[in-house]
Every structure is written in structure tokens, then in C-alpha cells.
Design a protein around this ligand. Structure first.
Ligand code: GTP
Ligand code: MG
Length: 220
């Protein structure tokens, strides 16, 4: 059974406030030397190509075209940094939309570059608070995801699975996949136990993702 959520109504309201207003694209990072200073917490969206990382980000900020999305896998090719409009106290953070991995059809050299960037970033970014690892609700965790999970475990980077495209399967199926995924994650030391489910298409599950972000940037 999934653990009880720790997200209180206060956090949900905070999350809603944090994501209101026009978020800003900060920069695209094609190599680690272009990273902005790690002076604030950041949360990254990782997952296979086409799983819906950029779409989820857009749904969270309710801006359809902030991050570029596409039917064709391999749309996002850099680490794209976004920040909230207001950078007052308690609102300093970056969300990072990452290139996808596991995309076999792109030119080999390109895939090597993106995957190298993704892995080096995930391993070494000290200000990275949590990785949202997006998994297509229809497919569950695949072999390519396990590679990234192994890397996150090794580097002790906390990650949380978000199931995407929940609108593509029935409510019953979604509950089954969620439970099976939570069970599989029990064996992964860096995994946060609670699995979130979303649909960017129908804007569902977004409040808990927003509240999670609000919780993560709260000073202790
Ligand atoms: P890369 O940048 O290539 O790694 O892909 P990505 O993970 O950013 O995926 P993207 O957000 O570009 O979405 C890929 C495709 O999935 C697009 O055609 C989206 O419209 C579609 N999609 C994303 N989220 C959802 C969802 O919740 N439901 C449905 N039905 N389609 C979705
Ligand atoms: Mg993308």
C-alpha cells in the first residue's frame, strides 16, 4: 500500500501560490560549464524521451508553451532552467527540464552527448534537492529507467517517481501500476516511497506535485 501523504493542506496552498504567475525561462545548459551558480535548491525532471517531462512542467505552471514539447522524442536537448516570477524569500528555486534518455532513433553521437550531460549533472549537482523521475503509466519502470535509478542510488540523489499520461489508462489500471511501482521502489535506497500520478493532458495530480516542490524548498 502507498504510504500516507505528508502533504498538508497548507503545503498544497503554498504550492498553488508558488506556481501562480508567469514562470521564467532562465537558460538552456548544453554542458556543465554553463550551469548557473548552485545558489538555490533545484528540482529536476528526468525520464525517457517522450514520457512527458516538458508537458508536465508546462501543466504545473499552466503555461502551454513555456517548455517546448513534441510528438517526436528527443525534443529537449539541453538542461533547461526555469524559475518562479517572484524571487522573494522562500521562493528561490530552479526547476530543470532535462533531455530524455533511452531514445534509440537519434544520431548515436547526439544520444551520447545528452546522456553524458544528464548523468554528469545528476551525479554532481550539489544543489539538486530531488529528481522527479517520470515514468509512463502505461509502461511502468523499464530497463533504461533502472540504469538511471542505479546511478541515483550510487550518487545518493533522492528521487521520486511520477507516473505520467494517467489519462491513457483506466483508473483501475492506474491504481495497479501505482501500487506495483511503489512496491518495486522499496528496494531502491534513494527512492522516496510515495508515487505520484499525473496527467498533463487533463491537469490532474498537479496539486500534489506543486505541494511537493513547496515542501522541498522550505527552510528546515
Ligand atoms: P523529450 O524532451 O523528447 O525527452 O520528451 P518529453 O519527456 O519532454 O515529452 P513531451 O512533454 O515533449 O511530450 C511527449 C508527447 O507526449 C507529446 O506529444 C505530448 O503531448 C504527450 N503527452 C505528454 N503528457 C501527456 C499526458 O499527460 N497525456 C497525454 N495523453 N499525452 C501527453
Ligand atoms: Mg522535453
Amino acid at each position: 500500500m502507498a504510504p500516507e501523504t505528508t502533504l498538508t493542506p497548507d503545503l498544497i496552498a503554498e504550492g498553488e501560490r508558488l506556481f501562480a504567475g508567469a514562470w521564467v525561462f532562465v537558460r538552456g545548459v548544453p554542458g556543465l560549464e554553463y550551469l548557473p551558480p548552485g545558489d538555490r535548491p533545484e528540482i529536476a525532471f528526468a525520464g525517457r524521451s517522450n514520457v512527458g517531462k516538458s508537458s508536465l512542467l508546462n501543466a504545473l505552471v499552466d503555461q502551454r508553451t513555456l517548455a517546448r514539447t513534441s510528438n517526436t522524442p528527443g525534443r529537449t536537448q539541453e538542461l533547461n532552467y526555469f524559475r518562479p516570477p517572484d524571487q522573494g524569500p522562500g521562493r528561490l528555486l530552479y526547476l530543470v527540464d532535462m533531455p530524455g534518455y533511452g531514445f534509440a532513433k537519434a544520431p548515436k553521437q547526439k544520444v551520447k552527448e545528452w546522456t553524458g550531460l544528464v548523468k554528469a549533472y545528476l551525479r554532481g549537482r550539489v544543489s539538486l534537492k530531488r529528481v522527479f523521475l517520470l515514468i509512463d503509466a502505461r509502461h511502468g519502470i523499464k530497463a533504461v529507467d533502472r540504469e538511471i535509478i542505479a546511478l541515483l542510488n550510487e550518487s545518493a540523489v533522492s528521487f521520486q517517481v511520477i507516473l505520467t499520461k494517467g489519462d491513457k489508462i483506466s483508473v483501475g489500471e492506474l491504481a495497479k501500476v501505482t501500487a506495483a511501482t511503489a512496491l518495486a521502489l522499496q528496494a531502491e535506497p534513494a527512492a522516496y516511497p510515495e508515487v505520484l500520478t499525473t496527467s498533463a493532458e487533463r491537469s490532474t495530480g498537479l496539486d500534489l506535485v506543486r505541494a511537493t516542490v513547496a515542501m522541498l524548498i522550505k527552510p528546515l
